[in-house]
Design a binder for this molecule. Structure first.
Ligand code: ADP
Ligand code: MG
Length: 238
């Protein structure tokens, strides 16, 4: 688990300021859903936390340590994207163990971690298949497995369910929450879908034009929206 704190985290692309400065804290073990319309800055915020985009100003702290300008590989976190980005020529097992092998981890440890992840993600029997021989849902689980084997403190999900059909999306929501509990992780889950936010979140952070509109429990935002944007966004059925 990890405690994450954002202090006036801002992002400009050239002269264009897309995030003027966001402040929030995520408690250890919490599942936070970051929600907002397309273009509101959700991916940019996640990428700054992961170190995949330079933070223009402000600070990102994990367990009190300033990670704002740390190399991505030095951050103890894992990010799951919408596109699965699996290596097509590698088996499920090799895709999952890749990062650990690159790190020079002991083969016995790698084997153990992969076996645990395969069991946790219900991928038993598929270890020797290649991504092209898997369904969309199975590929997404392999992508999660690649993160799970690294045993990170912090999980970042960027709209991981967008490519799945409605039934699989509903099922995967539950699996992701279960994974979060089992790994005792701290998670940020990005979506533009308010139903996903309402059903998955411990707390929701609602973003618009790079500005935090409100952060609170689903009930809080539903019953006590701070402005009409929050009320409309949370209250409108899918
Ligand atoms: P979201 O994930 O909420 O849809 P993004 O974080 O992708 O939003 O984008 C936020 C804003 O930043 C958008 O206006 C987008 O056009 C802009 N943006 C994102 N990436 C870049 C980039 N590399 N260069 C310039 N502008 C960008
Ligand atoms: Mg995005």
């Amino acid at each position: 688990m990890a405690h994450l704190e954002l202090q006036k985290v801002a992002k400009s692309y050239g002269a264009v300021e897309v995030i003027p400065g966001v402040d929030f804290e995520i408690n250890s073990g919490e599942f936070l859903v970051l929600v907002g319309p397309s273009g509101s800055g959700k991916s940019t915020l996640l990428k700054m936390i992961a170190g995949l985009e330079e933070t223009t100003s402000g600070k990102i702290l994990v367990d009190g340590q300033d990670i704002t300008h740390l190399d991505p590989s030095a951050r103890d976190l894992a990010m799951v994207f919408q596109s699965y980005a699996l290596y097509p020529h590698m088996t499920v097992r090799d895709n999952m163990s890749f990062a650990l092998r690159m790190r020079g981890e002991d083969p016995a440890v790698i084997d153990q971690r992969v076996r645990e992840a395969v069991a946790m993600l219900d991928l038993g029997g598929l270890e020797d298949r290649k991504p092209g021989q898997l369904s969309g849902g199975q590929r997404q689980r392999v992508a999660m497995g690649r993160c799970v084997v690294r045993n990170p403190k912090l999980f970042l999900f960027d709209e991981p369910l967008s490519n799945l059909d409605a039934k699989l999306r509903a099922q995967t929501r539950i699996e992701i929450r279960r994974l979060h509990e089992r790994l005792k992780a701290t998670s940020i889950f990005v979506t533009h879908d308010q139903v996903e936010a309402m059903t998955m979140a411990d707390r929701i952070a609602l973003l618009k034009d790079g500005k935090l509109q409100q952060i609170g429990s689903p009930q809080d935002l539903y019953l006590r929206p701070r402005n009409t944007f929050v009320a409309t966004f949370i209250g409108t059925p899918e």
